[in-house]
Design a protein around this ligand. Structure first.
Ligand code: NAP
Length: 303
């Protein structure tokens, strides 16, 4: 029986990880969230603990009682512009919280899986592989890099997964880029998308499968995970419109400068995933394939 604790279980990536595990036997999950969760299980044993990430003692007690083999940390302050203004919250969720989990993991010999971002790079020469030197240009990226380093400094067994532009069904925290495009264009609201911000969007189902394989193998290290297609936000928005039979003409191509976003964005960001693909033995989906899978999960949830 694998015992897996998921921190931040109400979020986007956590939802995909829970969906992956929920139908499996020989899995016991502890889902920790500040939100009220309800999960229909079909095999896995599930416990739910209602604890906000600010309550470090509450987290430590729950983990000591549950005795996990692995902790999957999906807590993060992911609002890139919000991180510029609420720096204390960004420090707390992106640095101090993972450091606290890493200390618990070190003490009790638990494998920690943690998610980081391509925004640790400056976006001058992406996509990036694991050997390239980070140089974050916004506060989100700075705190995410500090979080990685804080985990490493504890010496715990950790898998740090850098990913980018994750989309897929589930999560209650905030709307992601794909949800925003679908919601706006469905309501006939014109939107603007940057032609000069590049990434390789990642289907959350692939990320969940990769996470589970890392947990199963207790594989430590730094891995980049991104989808097969490297494209601009504008091209991605048009692909979303196509996949959901929406009007692509409502999407206006603009430059990042025109968007006047609070935090500077790494323009040529994105991640080279060859190491993870070789290690795990599968390829990550391109945007058309991922968006079709996403649409299928939405439609089957409505039945
Ligand atoms: N989504 C992406 O495109 C992406 C890309 C690269 C890296 N990542 C990294 O992957 C991890 C998970 O991302 P995600 O998209 O799944 O995150 P998310 O849904 O935005 O948030 C994950 C969890 O963090 C906690 N959280 C977020 N904002 C909070 C706030 N203001 N106050 C208190 N708690 C807050 C919540 O935990 P509770 O469940 O306890 O409420 C939330 O469910 C993060 O570390 C992120 O940096 C994500």
């Amino acid at each position: 029986m694998q015992r897996i604790a998921i921190a931040g279980a109400g979020g986007k990536i956590a939802s995909a990880v829970i969906e992956h595990y929920r139908q499996q036997s020989r899995i016991a999950l502890l889902l920790v969230s500040s939100k009220e969760l309800s999960v229909q299980t079909e095999g896995a044993l599930v416990e739910i603990a209602h604890i906000p990430p600010q309550d470090f003692d509450g987290y430590k007690t729950a983990l000591k009682e549950f005795k996990p083999n692995a902790i999957i940390n999906t807590i993060g302050y992911t609002d890139v512009d919000g991180c510029e203004t609420d720096r204390a919250l960004a420090q707390m969720l992106n640095v101090r919280f993972p450091e606290m989990l890493a200390r618990v993991a070190r003490t009790f010999d638990i494998h920690l899986v943690h998610y980081s971002t391509d925004y640790v790079f400056d976006g001058s020469a992406g996509p990036y592989d694991e050997t390239q030197i980070p140089n974050p240009i916004n506060y989100y990226g700075k705190t995410k890099l500090a979080g990685e380093n804080a985990i490493r400094s504890t010496g715990c067994a950790a898998t740090i997964i850098r990913t980018n532009v994750v989309y897929g069904f589930g999560g209650t925290s905030k709307s992601d880029f794909v949800e925003w495009v679908i919601r706006s264009v469905t309501a006939n609201i014109p939107i603007r998308a940057a032609v000069d911000q590049f990434s390789n969007p990642t289907y959350s189902g692939d990320l969940a499968l990769a996470t589970a394989k890392f947990v199963e193998r207790r594989r430590s290290g730094l891995y980049h995970i991104g989808g097969a297609d490297y494209c601009s936000r504008y091209d991605f928005a048009r692909a979303i419109a196509r996949a959901f039979d929406l009007r692509p003409d409502l999407i206006e191509p603009v430059t990042t400068q025109q968007l006047e976003q609070k935090a500077p964005r790494p323009l040529r960001a994105g991640l080279i995933s060859l190491l993870a693909e070789a290690e795990l033995g599968f390829r990550f989906s391109g945007i058309d394939e991922g968006l079709i899978a996403y649409r299928r999960t939405i439609e089957s949830s409505l039945r």
